[in-house]
Design a protein around this ligand. Structure first.
Ligand SMILES: [Zn+2]
Ligand SMILES: [Zn+2]
Ligand SMILES: [Zn+2]
Length: 471
């Protein structure tokens, strides 16, 4: 099996034609091909699986072994980790990013089964940002000019209650490590910042839940009438700002009610949607800790603009489907990435002191850890997500029927590979061309290790095993 496997060329990129020639495939069984397909993953942190695949002849009930990892070098099969995070696996994250880009673009420009008429639907690109938790160093722009960070005022206004100079005349460059750092850590409201991160996902859900209510009111109709006419569909991504607080970028679109991506009535315009977004963004959420309650909400920096080909962003590039898809896909594979911030969960408070991250991020982590204490919130999430500065939500979420799903894109890829397999004349254990309508392939897998923490890897192994079972 290994000799045959080695004789095959690497997996061809979709659309580049078959990589295996007829002479290669004569001695290659379906299982060998499948093993080759999985073994040749370029994933940097593959999952090791132990297991087997058997073929069941549906007509006769006969069961025949087709593949066993015991025959593999090392007795394990390497499966791509599938991690979306660029810092964990550049290869798998590139696949995820491509899928995210296709998914976002299909919802803006059509394709992948979405009609191209979708481009005419009212659609808005919105950014929902946290409020200020205290003055921080920032790169302020007016057009292409960088402005002073926080210009000096008269001497009395320059000092904070702790006696620190909270002005900064610097015109910061993009890579300045001071960006996002508070002028005075004692003035900075770390508790509110971490609470915001922890409840940002809930705040978003509240926003998107209330959005139809505002839209209905602006349209002068009841919510019931609205639901009979339109659907709000979105895809959103979370991004960390330099100050370590998440904010959201979202594509929000109006479709007619129904499942077939029809245009909504003409009275629903992008401007109307913008107004509704402005109103819904004023949503608040009370968050308690100890005997105090903080009222969380989005900040005044909320931005929304209708998506049209002629909309120009500050970079001078048109804010078209391509640009937006690239933008969202970029953040879908990013996570908090700052020097010295751990990739994995913090297990004990004593680890925090040893972190080599900035004092600001350490303060965020410490605050999150302390908020997890029983006297504060007693909520285990704060400690579980302390290394993420309190945010434990998803990085990319979308409504039902925004466009295609990741699952559909993955299935399309699998179908493409399967089609190639048939072209290559793969045989089942009974020597017949593989026909998955007459033969059922059954896989059973156990996790045998990976480059990850056991908890993460086990989950991914289960997911991989799940997709292996499909075949
Ligand atoms: Zn990987
Ligand atoms: Zn500054
Ligand atoms: Zn101060």
């Amino acid at each position: 099996m290994t000799a045959a496997t080695a004789a095959l060329d690497p997996e061809p990129a979709p659309g580049s034609g078959s990589g295996a020639t007829a002479s290669d495939t004569v001695t290659v069984s379906w299982a060998a091909f499948r093993a080759w397909e999985r073994q040749l993953t370029t994933c940097t942190h593959p999952i090791r699986l132990r297991g087997r695949i058997d073929a069941l002849d549906l007509a006769t009930g006969e069961l025949a072994p087709v593949y066993d990892t015991a025959d593999e070098h090392g007795g394990v099969l390497h499966v791509a980790c599938g991690n979306r995070r660029e810092t964990v696996c550049p290869v798998c994250s590139a696949v995820y990013k491509r899928d995210a880009r296709q998914l976002v673009r299909a919802g803006l420009a059509g394709g992948k089964g979405i009609p191209e008429t979708i481009t005419a639907h009212p659609c808005v690109f919105a950014t929902l940002t946290a409020p200020s938790f205290g003055p921080v160093h920032a790169r302020r722009m007016r057009g292409k000019t960088v402005l002073p960070c926080r210009p000096r005022r008269d001497a009395s206004a320059r000092r904070c209650p702790h006696g620190r100079d909270i002005s900064c005349p610097t015109r910061h460059v993009e890579a300045d490590p001071r960006l996002g750092q508070p002028m005075c850590p004692d003035c900075y409201d770390y508790t509110a910042a971490v609470l915001f991160n922890a409840y940002a996902g809930d705040l978003w859900r509240r926003f998107i839940t209330y959005l139809p209510r505002h839209l209905a009111r602006l349209a002068g109709i009841t919510q019931k009438t609205l639901f009979a006419q339109v659907r709000i569909r979105f895809v959103k991504v979370a991004e960390y700002q330099a100050r370590g607080v998440v904010h959201f970028h979202a594509v929000i679109r109006l479709d007619a009610a129904g499942e077939d991506y029809q245009s909504p009535p003409v009275s629903y315009t992008a401007d109307l949607l913008c107004d509704a977004i402005d109103q819904a963004a004023a949503v608040t959420l009370p968050a308690g800790h100890g005997d105090q309650v903080v009222l969380l909400g989005f900040g005044a920096q909320t931005d929304r603009r209708p998506l049209r080909r002629d909309t120009i962003v500050s970079t001078g590039k048109p804010l078209d489907a391509e640009a937006v898809a690239n933008y969202i896909a970029k953040y879908a594979t990013k996570t908090l990435h700052a020097p010295g911030v751990p990739d994995t969960r913090i297990r004990h408070a004593s680890e925090i002191g040893g972190l080599r991250c900035s004092a600001h991020y350490r303060a965020m982590i410490t605050t999150a850890w302390d908020l997890g204490a029983r006297q504060a919130t007693g909520d285990a999430r704060f400690r579980a997500w302390a290394h993420m500065l309190g945010y434990g939500g998803h990085f990319l979420t979308k409504s039902r029927r925004y466009s295609v799903t990741f699952g559909q894109l993955r299935a399309a890829r699998a179908a493409y590979r399967r089609a190639q397999r048939y072209e290559a004349g793969q045989l089942d254990p009974w020597g017949r061309p593989v026909d998955e309508t007459t033969v059922l392939f059954l896989g059973s897998w156990t996790y045998a290790g990976s480059g990850y923490a056991a908890s993460d890897g086990q989950l991914l192994a289960l997911m991989s095993a799940d997709s292996a079972r499909e075949h």
